[in-house]
Design a protein around this ligand. Sequence first.
Ligand SMILES: C[S@@+](CC[C@H](N)C(=O)[O-])C[C@H]1O[C@@H](n2cnc3c(N)ncnc32)[C@H](O)[C@@H]1O
Length: 207
Amino acid sequence: MPPSEHSPNWDNLYLEKTTPWDKGAPAPPLLEWIGANPSQIGGHVLVPGCGLGHDVRALAALADVTSVVGLDLSPTAVALAAEFSKVGEESYLAEDLFALDDAHLGTYDWVWEHTCFCAIDPSMREDYVRAVHGALKPGGHLLGVFYLDPYDAEHQPGGGPPHGSTLEELSTRFEESGLFLIEHSAVPGKAYPGREGLERTVRMRRI
Ligand SMILES: C[S@@+](CC[C@H](N)C(=O)[O-])C[C@H]1O[C@@H](n2cnc3c(N)ncnc32)[C@H](O)[C@@H]1O
């Protein structure tokens, strides 16, 4: 099913500058992870739903990272992301995660997930898991901060994406599907103001 049937018009939201999720800085749980594990993330990295690319650039600055591809459905987001000064071997692509070009298949050592899984309609989550699995090399890692309960002052129930999740759902979709092994799962110590305790940092290995 095309995402347009279930999703907001992301490009319009960027054009209108209705982007409350964009905090103008990398995700605090990502910076926390990098600080605690400075040389863990390396090789080729994919960031689906990268928005303006703050996380892309934080990853591109890492010594062991060879390249980072920030992927977003919105051409406007990608164009704005590309306006930032380059910090490493980062690039941006306006592409649909659910229709990835074959060039991405089995290409990445790491995928960084941040507010893409919770933004897509839950009916597309199986497609998300398959897309990310397909993009990773065998043994590659998906590291993500999953927004478990997004219904705060910023995002109310019924107000559209992002959509909530549970640890049980993550386990069912990623692990019980036989596609990933969850290696680490913890509440991040750092979060954007207002998201404290609502997220979970999870590292999984692609089987
Ligand atoms: C809630 S925003 C988060 C953006 C960014 N991660 C951030 O925190 O600023 C969700 C992003 O996912 C993108 N997106 C939604 N569906 C997508 C898809 N099928 N493929 C690629 N990107 C998608 C949207 O355009 C949007 O930029």
